[in-house]
Design a protein around this ligand. Structure first.
Ligand code: ADP
Length: 362
């Protein structure tokens, strides 16, 4: 976009128009009609002819030389009038137009300099804000996590009656509620801090080629206990060893754990969660976690990747959750160069897919 300061003044615009429209239009007509080479030859011939013809119209001055003999001098009379006036006009217009362009250039440069200075100022301000956010998060992390751990620890001590029996059983129930609530809050704080760190781009990924089979196997092993407790079976179909993707081991484990624990959480007992991987038609490797659980309504399929969005279902309400798991998944996957997508049918189940470019084989 041209800055208003770089706009031409009315007089400058007229000069430019005179040059561009007057000579420009004629020149464009000639080039369109005769072609560039023939046009310039024609123009040269026309000027030469006019100059030659004007030289033919002459007048004679009769005078005396220094010895007193009469002499006559023949002068061309029309040429100066015919050629000098339009030439002066053309030169004047060209000079004015060139100066207008130059002034416009100078103003444009000044506008660009001003814009660059402004953007540097914005960047400095944004960096300062980002630093302030980092400091705030670091201190919040400490200020909240430390007392929360003390609360959870104290509640667990009462719940486990570590220092001796508790008189009334209702105290035990209260201590359990405090401990579970505290743990949920801690989980939430950790997820918020993780997401804030990821969104600031402050997380450093250790990218390397890792066999997909290894990533999936590690995650499945971790959630086996949770699945057994929920009465859900996990069927893992290991992909071929040579399928590899470039990713961060820790981050991918976190991504897989979030998807698997959701699949287990939202599945009915005695159902099966399928975990597999394949190479898609586009050559990318696709890791899939499929469940036959509650499913997600179509109009919420995009929203669930936003922080704090939870589908309002009986199953969601009965499950513990922060509403941050999928936001973390999407951010981490995209920051590693992959893509996450979901297909779902309410009442029948969901399939979450992670697509990554296959790592080149060495
Ligand atoms: P939460 O901690 O609530 O699980 P997530 O960000 O992981 O947060 O998920 C957001 C919401 O998406 C969940 O609350 C749930 O409503 C829906 N969801 C996620 N995974 C599944 C799934 N496998 N089946 C059905 N619904 C799901």
């Amino acid at each position: 976009m041209t800055s208003p300061v770089a706009e031409l003044t009315e007089a400058e615009r007229r000069d430019l128009e005179a040059v561009e429209n007057g000579f420009g239009r004629f020149a464009r007509y000639l080039v369109a009609r005769f072609g560039a080479v023939r046009s310039s030859m024609l123009a040269t011939a026309a000027i030469t002819l006019v100059t030659f013809l004007t030289c033919l119209v002459t007048y004679e001055i009769i005078g005396l030389d220094y010895l007193g003999n009469p002499i006559s001098v023949v002068m061309p009379v029309v040429m100066p009038i015919v050629t000098a006036f339009p030439t002066t006009l053309v030169i004047h217009r060209l000079v004015a137009a060139t100066m207008a362009r130059e002034r416009q250039g100078v103003r444009q440069q000044a506008a660009l300099r001003a814009a660059a200075e402004e953007s540097a100022l914005h960047r400095a301000r944004a960096e300062k804000t980002s630093q302030a956010t980092s400091d705030f998060l670091a201190s919040m992390s400490h200020e909240l996590r430390t007392p929360l751990n003390a609360i959870i620890g104290g509640a667990d001590m009462i719940r486990n009656q570590s220092l001796g029996p508790v008189g009334d059983d209702r105290y035990l129930q209260t201590a359990e509620d405090i401990s579970l609530g505290g743990m949920h809050l801690l989980q939430m704080i950790n997820a918020i801090l993780d997401l804030a760190k990821l969104e600031r781009g402050a997380h450093i990924y250790q990218l390397e080629a890792i066999p997909v089979c290894e990533i999936m196997d590690n995650a499945v092993r971790i959630v086996r206990g949770q699945a057994e407790q929920a009465g859900v079976a996990i069927r893992f179909t290991p992909p071929p060893e040579q399928l590899q993707i470039i990713c961060d081991d820790q981050a991918m484990r976190q991504v897989m754990l979030n998807l698997l624990s959701n699949a287990i959480k939202f599945s009915p007992t005695e159902s099966t969660v399928h975990v597999d991987a394949a190479t898609g038609t586009d050559g990318r490797i696709c890791i899939r976690v499929a469940d036959s659980g509650v499913g997600i309504p179509e109009d919420q399929l995009d929203d669930i990747f936003q922080p704090f969005v939870q589908v309002d279902s009986v199953r969601t309400r009965s499950q513990q959750g922060t509403g941050l798991g999928l936001a973390l998944v999407r951010t981490m996957v995209e920051q590693q160069g992959g893509q996450v997508s979901v297909e779902s049918t309410p009442g029948q189940g969901s399939v979450f897919s992670l697509a990554f470019e296959a790592a080149a084989k060495v």
